[in-house]
Design a protein around this ligand. Structure first.
Ligand code: FMN
Length: 616
């Protein structure tokens, strides 16, 4: 965008450096990021575009990108550098700014932050990059990024606009808007033109200038000592400890992808291992991760591990089978990112019902799967959702993604209210059965939220039970305490919470399959994951609420006698109402999973994952 803006202003020559190719993740903001250019070198399309504006442009491309080796070459003969490097490309940026200063070339940088843009100019006479941002060699990468971010916009006009939970300095992730990128191009080009034409009014570092079109504010700041000033040090402390303090505990790690395989290259062990890590991010009952992997040639096998979940909920291991299906779906979605296609064979060994799927992985250049990013950010969100309706477009996409399984949606107030009442009854059984209570306590991690030492189960904070709820959960850990709570009627509060969560949500859905066979549930698990990833992609919060469907399975597969007499009576009252809401239920239509979806603040505390475990 910088290049195009400057070309239209009449700038006649450029040194352009960019080693990247266009990918889907660039579509929200980058100039030239279109379907036509997917997979193409950004540099090529930029040169082509700029020459469409001015065929006489003198362009020197650096397709290897900026490196320590070509910096001098890149900088020689330039009037000004306009920095459009990725925020996280810190080391090369630092080298560029410092070297440019030594070689007498001014540098303009404009950072897109929320809706705002903040522009800074470094000249050989002004404060240097290292001095302004207070950067030294002994700082960690995280601290360097932090100082860079805080120094860029000292007034922080953007802070109230940004969803901080989406920022991960460690994993190189942050929210971005093309509004801000376009503003950056305008502000950076203004300063570049000022420098080239020698117009007066240049305010180089320690000055910065931030513009916020959303609030209509703009401000110039002058940090005489850069980040070393007392005020900046206090801000750094605040951002480091409060604003981003949860980051380590909150964000699940996206494993760095290996180099994509070429069409003629073999799929390697690193590709299959990475796909297994993608599978590992799938949802599972109480985050028990009931799967193991085997690698053989170019095949990834997913095996059910029944010992991971022996709970009453896991009827004939069907809840774990759903989870294995979701894991297989993640592999399919992730494979194109590493230049592969993944083909799933469901339950390939009839003699061994624990072999869930064989996934053959072949080198193939495919369009990126639109659900690929969601694999790594999909979560269960147990917060209360807002009543804002889920857009019809999102509902349609969720329904379409479920095929060939069926998805029945409930989006009317009466239906959601009725469903809430049913959940209340089913969840009462959950707190009144000793085996279910003890399983829940076993899988809840009551330790502090850093999750230290645990790689499965549910961190207490991930339950979003609120301060009072957390105290309640801690106090009722022993069954005797829970029994007392039930006798006093306090146990019903848990069920009430489920009821309200459903009633206040704008959407509920029931995924159904043809039969309760492992095969159908595995395919159903794949369908469920597609629905969930689609919801994630549409920015929706999602929570399975499965007590009712898993009790249905127990009841219909093993008979009412597995429940106490009181619970039999309760369930007998539930079933007709459940059928009223979902009339298709019957012989050829079995409930796989009930969920609610809607708009909500994203979660801050994520569930942990093991590293993928392989069997010989
Ligand atoms: C078969 C199945 C049943 C689940 N049942 C529930 C449920 O009843 N209530 C709930 O809050 N989450 C439920 N979950 C969500 C899991 O607890 C969640 O996927 C797991 O803890 C991992 O967390 P994540 O989804 O945030 O990655 C279920 C997930 C699966 C696959």
């Amino acid at each position: 965008m910088h290049c195009i803006t400057l070309a239209r202003l009449g700038v006649g020559g450029f040194h352009l450096a960019d080693p990247d190719t266009f990918e889907l993740a660039n579509f929200n903001r980058q100039y030239g990021a279109t379907v036509r250019h997917l997979g193409q070198a950004k540099l090529d399309s930029m040169v082509e575009e700029a020459r469409q504006i001015n065929p006489h442009l003198d362009i020197r491309p650096f397709p290897e990108g900026l490196t320590a080796q070509n910096l001098d070459d890149f900088l020689s003969g330039l009037d000004v550098v306009v920095d459009g490097l990725d925020f996280f490309a810190f080391d090369i940026r630092r080298a560029l700014f410092n070297r440019a200063c030594e070689m007498g070339v001014p540098v303009v940088t404009a950072a897109p932050l929320g809706f705002t843009s903040s522009v800074l100019v470094f000249t050989p006479e002004s404060m240097s990059f290292d001095d302004y941002f207070a950067i030294s060699d002994d700082l960690s990468r995280r601290e360097r990024l932090l100082r860079f971010g805080v120094g860029l916009a000292p007034r922080g006009l953007h802070l109230s606009q940004m969803d901080k939970s989406r920022i991960s300095l460690d994993h190189g992730r942050g929210p971005s808007l093309n509004i801000a990128c376009q503003l950056c191009a305008a502000l950076a080009a203004t300063e570049a033109v000022r420098i080239i034409t020698g117009r007066p009014g240049l305010k180089a570092t320690p000055w910065s200038f931030q513009v916020d079109p959303l609030s209509g504010k703009s401000c110039r700041a002058r940090l005489r000592k850069g980040n070393a000033s007392l005020m900046q040090r206090a801000k750094l402390w605040y951002v480091r400890n409060i604003l981003l303090g949860n980051e380590g505990a909150a964000l699940r790690h996206k494993h760095p992808a290996p180099e994509p395989c070429n069409a003629d290259a073999k799929v390697g062990i690193d590709h299959l291992t990475w796909l297994a890590q993608a599978a590992q991010q799938a949802p599972s009952g109480d985050n028990c991760q009931p799967w193991r992997f085997q690698i053989e040639d170019a095949k990834l096998r997913i095996l059910l591990e029944p010992r991971e979940d022996q709970s009453f909920f896991n009827v004939s291991q069907l809840a774990s089978v759903i989870a294995c299906g979701a894991a297989a779906q993640n592999v399919v979605c992730a494979a194109p990112e590493i230049g592969c296609a993944a083909t799933v064979s469901i339950m390939p060994e009839p003699s061994n019902q624990d072999v869930m799927a064989d996934i053959v992985v072949e080198p193939k250049s495919l369009m990126p799967n639109p659900l690929a990013d969601a694999v790594w950010i999909r979560t269960t969100n147990r917060r209360m959702y807002t009543r804002r309706e889920v857009e019809q477009f999102s509902q349609n996409e969720m329904t379409a993604s479920a095929g060939p399984a069926k998805l029945f949606l409930v989006n009317d107030r009466d239906g959601l209210k009725a469903l809430g009442k049913l959940l209340y009854k089913a969840d009462r059984i959950r707190v009144e059965r000793r085996d279910l209570h003890e399983h829940f306590i076993r899988m809840t991690r009551f330790a502090p939220p850093d999750g230290a030492g645990c790689d499965d189960g549910l961190p207490l904070k991930n339950l979003y039970a609120g301060a009072a709820g957390e105290v309640f959960l801690r106090l009722t850990r022993p069954w005797a305490a829970m029994q007392t709570a039930n006798r006093l009627g306090v146990g019903k509060l848990v069920a009430l919470h489920s009821q309200q969560s459903m009633e206040k949500s704008p959407l509920a859905g029931l995924v159904c399959v043809e039969s309760p066979s492992r095969e159908d549930f595995l395919k159903g698990g794949m369908a469920l994951e597609r629905v969930w990833l689609t919801a994630t992609r549409h920015g929706l919060a999602f929570q399975p609420m499965t007590a009712i469907t898993l009790f249905w399975l127990r009841w219909h597969l093993e008979g009412p006698q597995v429940f106490s007499t009181a619970h039999q009576a309760l369930l007998e009252g539930i079933w007709p109402q459940f059928r009223n809401l979902f009339p298709a239920l019957g012989e050829n239509c079995w409930p796989l999973l009930l969920f609610r979806a809607g708009h909500a603040k994203p979660i801050e505390y994520w569930t942990p994952r093991r590293n993928a475990q392989f069997q010989p």
